[in-house]
Design a binder for this molecule. Structure first.
Ligand code: C2E
Ligand code: MG
Ligand code: MG
Length: 600
């Protein structure tokens, strides 16, 4: 037995030694595993104090382990998270639950580190778990969030963010019905010109600076947002009356009056502003924005740098306009358009017999419910929507075909001039000449019989493209006339740049002939200059013999107006032409007006 004793002790010691070795190896293995992890592994005691950490802690939060162990884990949380953190740690320790939560910690150097904490009770009164660094993920999410809610150019809230603010203001209204607010819709005037002339970079710079000036007009509770392009929106949380909203709009107009310096260029820009107050419309974000937009549309219509406050009348008009816009598209398919023709007369000086020189084609619309509509009701809509291009070429085709028929009925060598209005949109169509050629060929009308009337505003946009287009038309043998001359305040001095055949003096000048003496002087100046430049002059809107006499005395020899004839239907023109031919054979007295019935 005694012989066995030492062997037993030795064995025992050996086993113990081996066990210790294995334990140490196992611990080393675990420690290595724990140290090689990407996450912080931690253990806390029953008081929430740190008792174990791997070195990932130091890599992640900066602190050396020996300065940290024994301190409470919640000490390292962001101050705003500490109460919540402490409470959660207590819950794990007291109620033995497991948690997985995201927390903001502070790095030793002060910056924020987002850690996802997974912890569970360790069965010894404390808890253990891992802390995973999720800062990159948080940053990426925040970036996405930022992009989703902000305009990247100006850094302002975007449409999505604005609508959320608006909905919040609407929700507040439910609890506090007197807390009204206002929505402003801004659109810069002529921003496109800056972009086109100075380039997009300058345009961007301008938008950023405009945003800064706008922001200065607002109080911190208000929200300024950019919806894109040159459109800004403002939510005025503190403004409850139309007066206050208008005053703020004025402040904005004033803030923009000073020039902007863009790469050595001084740029002036103004804005149009549409205003709606929360009590003016249903408390729905979509309606508020829509009505602010309607008000903006009205502000633009007044002219640059204006504001308009929404009212219900505006809404009715917009609905009507939208309806007309919709009906216009079907009007062509349903054959609802008709062309009237107003004669243009030549009268020699001293006043002799009037002779028909030609006709101006004037469009009418037989609207299915609104009756006969004048072009002033629908041409502006067609222009805005671009439908004018299709409609305008339809007019050109119909009128040319009609004029050719009259031409064939007239005695040989008499030529009937046809004037057709060309909108500025049509004028700039790249394939304008090809289309005109096709129409002339298709209808057989001689090109020298056609005069295209372009408005003064079309040529006022005195660009290279405009001048090129005018020269192109002129050299193709088509005559050009400037319509409504005098209304666009264009400089007479640049008329010589354009090879124009005729100036049509706007009827507003003719109608004011007797009232203002300077009108007579202006008309005289226009006539003298036009003749010096080899152009003809047509006076529009002549309604009585006094106007005719005065204009004729000033040197004008062509006239259009109710005194001679209202616009006529094609069949009325046929009769008038026959009558006119008979008349020119037997001269008659001045003052004759074609009194055909149903004139428009
Ligand atoms: P506009 O080209 O200046 O045509 C002359 C307008 O003056 C016509 O109005 C004509 O009816 C009216 N008028 C003629 N004589 C008198 C007069 O003695 N007194 C008064 N108060 N008015 C007179 P309308 O037909 O209503 O056309 C208005 C405008 O609509 C035209 O002005 C023209 O700018 C535009 N327009 C008409 N047809 C077309 C078209 O086919 N295409 C385009 N783009 N515009 C058109
Ligand atoms: Mg005209
Ligand atoms: Mg005119």
């Amino acid at each position: 037995m005694t012989a066995h004793q030492p062997i037993g002790d030795e064995l025992h010691t050996q086993i113990q030694y081996r066990l210790m070795e294995e334990l140490a190896a196992s611990e080393a293995r675990y420690r290595q595993l724990v140290e090689n992890l990407n996450e912080i592994v931690f253990e806390i005691d029953h008081q929430g104090h740190l008792t174990f950490l791997n070195r990932v802690w130091t890599n992640t939060l900066g602190y050396e382990l020996n300065t940290v162990l024994t301190r409470p884990l919640h000490d390292f949380l962001h101050p705003e998270e500490q109460d919540n953190g402490k409470c959660l740690i207590r819950q794990i320790l007291d109620t033995k639950i497991s948690i997985k939560e995201e927390f903001r910690f502070l790095h030793q150097s002060g910056h924020l580190v987002w850690l996802e904490v997974s912890a569970r009770p360790n069965g010894k009164g404390g808890a253990s778990g891992v802390l995973m660094d999720i800062s990159d993920r948080k940053r990426a999410t925040a970036q996405l969030q930022y992009l989703a809610y902000h305009d990247t150019l100006t850094g302002l809230p975007n449409r999505l963010a604005f609508v959320e603010h608006l909905e919040q203001a609407i929700a507040n209204l439910q609890c506090n019905p007197h807390q009204h607010f206002a929505v402003l819709f801004l659109d810069l005037d002529g921003f496109k010109l800056v972009n086109d002339t100075l380039g997009h970079l300058a345009g961007d710079r301008l938008l950023i600076e405009v945003a800064q000036r706008l922001q200065k007009c607002l109080s911190p509770q208000d929200v300024l947002s950019r919806f894109g392009g040159d459109e800004f929106n403002i939510l005025l949380r503190t403004v409850t009356t139309t007066l206050a909203a208008t005053q703020l709009a004025k402040q904005i107009h004033d803030a923009l009056t000073q020039s902007f310096e863009l790469e050595e260029n001084k740029v002036f820009i103004s804005t149009s502003i549409g205003i709606v107050l929360s009590h003016q419309t249903a408390p729905v974000s979509e309606h508020l924005l829509q009505n602010a937009d309607i008000a903006l549309y009205n502000a633009k219509a007044i002219g640059k740098a204006n504001s308009a406050i929404f009212d219900c009348d505006m809404h009715t008009k917009v609905v009507e306009r939208l309806q007309l816009e919709h009906d216009l598209r079907h009007g062509l398919e349903r054959d609802e358009f008709e062309i009237y023709y107003q004669p243009i007369f030549g009268v020699s000086t001293p006043i002799g017999n009037p002779t028909i020189k030609g006709f101006e084609a004037l469009l009418r619309w037989h609207h299915p419910t609104r009756g006969l509509l004048s072009p002033e009701r629908f041409i502006p809509i067609a222009e805005e929507t671009g439908f004018i291009v299709e409609l305008g070429f339809w007019v050109l085709h119909q009128a040319c075909s009609q004029a050719q028929k009259w031409q064939e009925q007239c005695p040989p060598k008499t030529s009937i001039q046809l004037n057709v209005n060309l909108s500025s949109r049509q004028f700039l169509q790249p394939d304008l000449l090809r289309k005109i050629d096709e129409i002339l060929q298709g209808t057989g009308l001689e090109r020298q019989c056609l005069t295209l009337e372009i408005t003064e505003s079309t040529i006022m946009n005195d660009t290279e493209a405009t001048r090129f287009r005018i020269k192109q038309l002129k050299s193709s043998g088509i005559s050009l006339s400037i319509d409504d001359f005098g209304t666009g305040y264009s400089s007479l001095s640049y008329l010589h740049r354009f090879p124009i055949n005729t100036l049509k003096i706007d009827r507003s000048f003719v109608q004011n002939l007797n009232r203002k003496s300077e009108n007579t002087e202006i008309i005289e100046a226009i006539i003298v200059l036009a003749h010096k430049l080899g152009m003809d002059v047509v006076a529009e809107g002549v309604e009585n013999p006094i106007q005719l006499k005065q204009l004729n005395a000033l040197g004008c020899q062509q006239f259009q107006g109710y005194f001679f004839s209202r616009p006529l239907t094609a069949s009325q023109v046929k009769k008038v032409l026959a009558e006119h031919q008979a008349l020119t054979k037997a001269p008659r007295q001045l003052g004759y007006a074609y009194s055909t019935k149903n004139q428009s």
